[in-house]
Design a binder for this molecule. Sequence first.
Ligand SMILES: NC(=O)N[C@@H](CC(=O)O)C(=O)O
Ligand SMILES: [Zn+2]
Ligand SMILES: [Zn+2]
Length: 347
Amino acid sequence: MSQTLTMRRPDDWHLHLRDGVMLQAVLPETTRHFGRAIIMPNLVPPVVRSADAIAYRERIMAAMPDGAEFQPLMTLYLTEDTDPDDVAAAHASGLIKAVKLYPAGATTNSSSGVTDFDKVRAVLERMAEIGLNLCVHGEVTDADVDIFDREAVFIDRVLDPIRRATPGLRVVMEHITTQNGAAYVLANDTDLAATITTHHLMINRNHLLVGGIRPHYYCLPVAKREEHRLALVQAATSGDARFFLGTDSAPHTDPNKESACGCAGVFSATNTMSCLAHVFEAQNALDKLEAFASLNGPAFYRLPANESTITLTKGDPVRFPDKLMTGEGPLTLFDPGHPLHWHVSAS
Ligand SMILES: NC(=O)N[C@@H](CC(=O)O)C(=O)O
Ligand SMILES: [Zn+2]
Ligand SMILES: [Zn+2]
């Protein structure tokens, strides 16, 4: 008898859709299974003002596949010049669901991010007042901090001081990759949550580096030791409401990945639900998948869960394309390195 699991349609609380022909190519990969997604604003130039978010939302809606019921949830990119009134107006009108903080230089397209955190104080205080979520790429960029320690150091040096100075600020630690990140969430109150990516539940730094460098496993924050991956699996499969899915699906074409200076980002929109079912089944926690992918995120964002459902059915290995052909070039799909048996049908 085949095993099946019906659950509320999932949402993706951290997604890169890019723009133009890349947006065209990757959007259907998300709308096939997901009801909503938090759309990351790190375009070039970034989505900084409400007018930018309105225009970007229109471009996404124009690229929507026929019949899709997908809702993009827009965000603004926090800069040292961000105007608190513009942010508040974008929130009040329902245009945005979060503001994204990138430390300057921390990741792909983050050069307009924040260097002096005092300069964004007024925006953060206004966000705390109006209950608008801050999504954080949590890595320091100091040259003297080892890249594998950048998340843990960020928590101590930047995030904890910001949260103490701004009571009531609701923070999502994006794409946590360490035991330290999970523990910080668990040690704190209800104003703090974290997204966890698909790939960080499946790979550690050995997958990235042993037997040759695997550029398609390179992302930021970079995958850590196995003990950290296990802590993330534990957090995701625990059912704890403070952890939810953010795929961080981040498309870069093969020439940009397979290069002497390859871009950071893993593209996982297409097979994420099959990957997650695999991970949760291995933990005997399939009954917690709905909480992680469909319930905890909307609860933290104070939105209703999706009404429609998807059904997962276990069977023969699912066939996924190795690559998507995009108008910018080939785009390699995340390969967990073993077959996936969970098929997804959306109703
Ligand atoms: N995660 C990544 O490795 N890359 C993301 C940026 C980000 O989320 O940090 C991207 O936009 O490509
Ligand atoms: Zn990031
Ligand atoms: Zn991201």
